[in-house]
Design a protein. Structure first.
Length: 127
């Protein structure tokens, strides 16, 4: 049986691809608008189903709070990486800004994984 998460993810992917097709067909209006559109598409693809199910309060397999944390993490990572790559000419201590941002995002993801693992362990230990 197909889960609700899978159905919502498929709908989000189809909707995002339709929006991208319409965007390309209508012509892009500039670098900033195109960058914002790419950010929106990435956030929708990676976190759209979690956002939809969290808004509905659906915590069938994944708690709603965990869904919101994932949406925030993905949104942060996509925006940070876009800004870091846009300003990659800037150097910090001999490292390009994009490299520093990538490292920061990797640390954020590792922290997120550790937090979710701890949270899941604690939830499994409660009677």
């Amino acid at each position: 049986m197909v889960s609700r998460d899978s159905k919502v993810q498929l709908a989000v992917v189809v909707a995002t691809m339709a929006l991208a097709t319409l965007w390309i067909r209508s012509g892009t209006s500039g670098a900033l608008a195109s960058g914002l559109f790419v950010v929106a598409c990435y956030v929708l693809l990676f976190a759209g189903s979690h956002a939809h199910l969290a808004v509905r309060g659906d915590g069938e397999d994944i708690p709603v709070a965990a869904r919101w944390r994932f949406v925030v993490l993905v949104s942060f990572a996509v925006v940070a990486l876009l800004l870091g790559n846009a300003a990659s000419a800037i150097t910090i201590g001999g490292w390009s800004l994009s490299t520093v941002v990538w490292a920061f995002v990797v640390v954020a993801f590792l922290g997120y994984l550790a937090f979710e693992a701890r949270d899941g362990y604690r939830a499994s230990r409660q009677p």
